[in-house]
Design a protein around this ligand. Structure first.
Ligand SMILES: Cc1ncc(COP(=O)(O)O)c(C=O)c1O
Length: 397
């Protein structure tokens, strides 16, 4: 069927974090919200139907995913990434962030270092800090209007130095691909080079691949763990249909942990603290993975159209802003540094002058200062309105 993503749905009064808390988050109700990562598009019809059908069966008891659920994850990895996984490797959690919290605790001890690559999705900071570890930053390097990984610095973080087996050894990297907020899809070669450094030195790669199916035209994702047996055995991969099929409110993620020892550590660390996902999450996951591709293809076309619009509009009408080369996710990384505003002034300018609610770049780490993250998964007319608001505000400076 043909989906209509131009239609503007009223999401107020639907318990939406994005639309229901404008006053609280941005201080005013007439801000266009383009921050938290969900889409202003209704879900695929097969997902809606599966949820309706299950809701009609009037039992919502304790839940255990049947083989069909895990089968759909196994088939998805094969179909999308040519990656053969064993059903036993799959563990479910109600979200990727809780899984990252468990994963870090499972592979480290308080006092250890965990490497992030800033600018980084800001919940990663509390994942590391709340586990008693400290953040080691392997900042990504701007090259032209995109970023690259700093392999030399990474090497210094992981190479085993005298005394490095002590309590402060760096244990793992949280590796985000595609990388939120910078929109890079790391290539197979880049992923392999990073992995050789981390795993070659005894570290673990915790791969957050939640955005792996939201790719711009011509890009192909390689799951970290699919590259070699060594990578498979020393990694924890966080997958989820939540970004792909716009289901974050259903809180379902599949965490793929091939190594039994690591999986047992993960399972025992979560026991009694992190519950299993809820019933409707499993239903939506399976329906999306099995029957959601017609919708997904149309969403990806629409997002590509939105990206093209933003690039053309900004280039022509607000050239002071630079759009970082965008490869994956629906979150654009926009460089506002030429406006010469400090972080606080840029934040106020966006909210109060432009009346658009993006994410402030500095919240992703200091290297995000002067940037804003824009969620473009919305009807095109809303995107156009937001761009016009920004243009008007910039022209008034
Ligand atoms: C890179 C990344 N990881 C994790 C999450 C959140 O995952 P969850 O809602 O499943 O905890 C997001 C959401 O935007 C994200 O961008």
């Amino acid at each position: 069927m043909k989906y209509d993503f131009d239609h503007i749905w009223d999401r107020k009064n639907t318990d939406s974090a994005k639309w229901g808390s404008l006053g609280r988050v941005f201080g005013s109700d007439d801000v266009i919200p383009m921050w938290v990562a969900d889409m202003d598009f209704p879900v695929a019809q097969p997902i809606l139907e599966a949820l309706r059908e299950r809701a009609e069966h009037p039992f919502y008891g304790y839940t255990f995913p049947d083989a069909g659920v895990t089968g759909s994850v196994v088939e998805r990895m094969r179909k999308k990434f040519n990656w053969e996984i064993d059903p036993e490797w799959v563990v479910y959690t109600p979200g990727v962030i809780p899984a990252l919290n468990v994963a870090v605790r499972a592979v480290s001890h308080p006092g250890d270092g965990i490497v992030l690559q800033e600018p980084a999705y800001f919940p990663f900071f509390s994942v590391v800090n709340s586990s008693g570890c400290h953040i080691e930053n392997n900042q990504v390097k701007p090259v032209g209007n995109r970023y690259e990984m700093d392999y030399d610095n990474l090497e210094t973080k992981f190479s085993v130095q005298p005394g490095a087996r002590g309590p402060n050894r760096n244990k793992a990297i949280i590796f985000c691909n595609p990388h939120n907020p910078i929109g890079r899809l790391w290539t197979r070669d880049e992923v392999a080079r990073m992995g050789e450094i981390v795993i070659g030195n005894g570290g673990v790669v915790i791969a957050d691949e939640i955005h792996c199916e939201i790719l711009m035209k011509g890009y192909k994702h390689t799951p970290f763990a699919s590259i070699s047996e060594e990578f498979t055995q020393n990694s924890i991969t966080c997958m989820s249909p939540s970004k792909t099929f716009n289901l974050p409110g259903l809180e379902i993620s599949s965490i793929i942990i091939p190594n039994k020892k690591l999986r047992d550590e993960f399972t025992s660390t979560r026991a009694g603290i992190l519950p299993n996902p809820n019933l409707f999450g499993y239903v939506a996951l399976e329906a999306g993975y099995r029957y959601g591709d017609e919708w997904l293809e149309q969403v990806l076309d629409y997002l590509q159209g939105n990206l093209n619009l933003v690039k053309a509009f900004i280039e022509e009408r607000i050239p002071q802003i630079k759009v970082t080369e965008h490869q994956g996710t629906y979150l654009l990384w926009l460089d506002f540094r030429a406006l010469g505003l400090d972080n606080e002034s840029l934040r106020t300018f966006m909210r109060e002058k432009a009346k658009v609610g993006l994410n402030d770049g500095y919240t992703f780490g200091e290297s995000g200062s002067g940037f804003q993250r824009m969620n473009i998964a919305c009807p095109r007319s809303i995107l156009e309105e937001a761009l016009i608001r920004i243009e008007t505000a910039v022209n008034s400076l």
